[in-house]
Design a binder for this molecule. Structure first.
Ligand SMILES: [Zn+2]
Length: 388
């Protein structure tokens, strides 16, 4: 059976936007559609199911199965629209005033649509190196899940020489972003009447020791001279933050429970914060147990977004600079899945259409100009894979 005419990138985007692939829900309807669309054009894709089976990553390759190709990387999930005031249906691609509106148009189904289209078009070309697609789930909830996709691609495909993560960067070549690391911290105290305070353990007051530890580290980091790379960020140091806290029962009971979220935004190369934090936790935990053995602290890692750092003579940076003409130094403050590729040895940059300012907003949009710039960019990526 002959392959049907390919859809336009915009028609693909319309299909993708129509799947309400919010991170908390299954992305399988979207993955089914992408898999079917690629299959309809003779391209086999591989799914990497989530542990619970309700979601899947997908990867695919066209061209010769040799090393040295390019990965176009995007995520299938979007943030919710709950409580947002939209003037159009967020799940219907709508053009108005030179913009395409819809949830995910900017972050980042626009780029995903271009990548799917590039794969189909590249399948009819005489590539000398492969074009690969990486489509993930759960990017918007911590960038942890993509690790299983990258591992499956390392095992299942010849090693690509460059990864382009198409998060919205206005087509600038972004070579660095901070990492993100988050822990949920459960402090379990021991209840006594507060008049007998030394015989109990207040989960709140013990938890406060860790929060003060974070304050002290922030002050240290702010006082230190930033490295050249750190100086490009605002603020130019690793920050620690407690975003939520709850706990306690009454003013006259030592608190049995305190729970808070401790997070870190690390400058690339400033690693080891998990160990430092867990050491501080162990010290506080030991002090609590010395008073009441049943007291203590449990921590759970809830997100982990490795930083993206600039590479020396990076192939991805060189390729993206050559194809965009952008030679500026750009770092961004948001996290991406790029670090997960880079920590597995892939040369990686972030470069994609759209402005991050429109991501996650009501009336999210991508301009027709940026969508066209992205299309031209991926077309040049495909051209580069035809060179000898
Ligand atoms: Zn994104």
């Amino acid at each position: 059976m002959p392959s049907p005419e390919p859809l336009s990138p915009r028609a693909i985007l319309a299909r993708l936007v129509a799947f309400a692939s919010v991170s908390r829900d299954s992305n399988l309807p979207l993955i089914d559609w992408v898999e079917g669309y690629l299959a309809g054009h003779g391209i086999a894709a591989t799914r990497v199911p989530s542990p619970c089976g309700t979601k899947a990553h997908l990867f695919a390759q066209v061209g010769p199965s040799v090393p040295g190709g390019v990965i176009l990387s995007g995520h299938s999930d979007v943030v919710p629209v709950d409580g947002q005031d939209w003037s159009t249906d967020p799940w219907t691609l709508t053009e108005r005033d030179g913009r395409l509106y819809g949830r995910g148009t900017c972050d980042m189904k626009g780029f995903v649509a271009l990548a799917i289209d590039a794969l189909v078009r590249a399948s009819g070309r005489d590539l000398t190196r492969p074009l690969q697609l990486a489509l993930s789930y759960d990017e918007e909830v911590g960038c942890m899940a993509v690790a299983s996709l990258v591992d499956a691609m390392v095992d299942g495909l010849p090693r690509a020489q460059a990864v382009i993560v198409g998060e919205p960067s206005m087509m600038q070549v972004v070579t660095a972003h901070k990492g993100g690391l988050g822990f949920s911290v459960d402090v379990i105290g021991y209840e006594v009447h507060s008049s007998l305070q030394p015989y109990g353990v207040s989960a709140i007051m013990e938890g406060a020791r860790l929060i003060q530890w974070a304050n002290d580290r922030n002050a240290e980091n702010a006082a230190a001279a930033p490295s050249g790379l750190a100086a490009q960020f605002d603020p130019p140091w690793t920050t620690l933050h407690v975003g939520t806290i709850e706990g306690g029962t009454a003013h006259n009971i030592t608190a049995r429970k305190c729970r808070f979220l401790m997070s870190f935004r690390q400058v690339p190369g400033d690693t080891g914060w998990d160990d430092r934090f867990l050491t501080a936790v162990a010290q506080v935990d030991a002090g609590m147990k010395a008073i009441r053995p049943e007291a203590g602290i449990a921590v759970e890692r809830v997100f982990d977004v490795p930083a993206l750092g600039p590479e020396t003579d990076g192939a991805a940076e060189a390729l993206a600079r050559r194809l965009t003409g952008d030679n500026g130094q750009h770092v961004v403050s948001y996290g991406t899945e790029g670090g997960q590729f880079q920590v597995r040895g892939y040369s990686t940059v972030v470069c994609g259409p759209g402005d991050i300012a429109q991501a996650h907003q009501p009336d999210e949009y991508i301009t027709l100009d940026q969508f066209a710039a992205g299309e031209a960019f991926v077309a040049r990526v495909v051209d580069s894979l035809c060179d000898g």
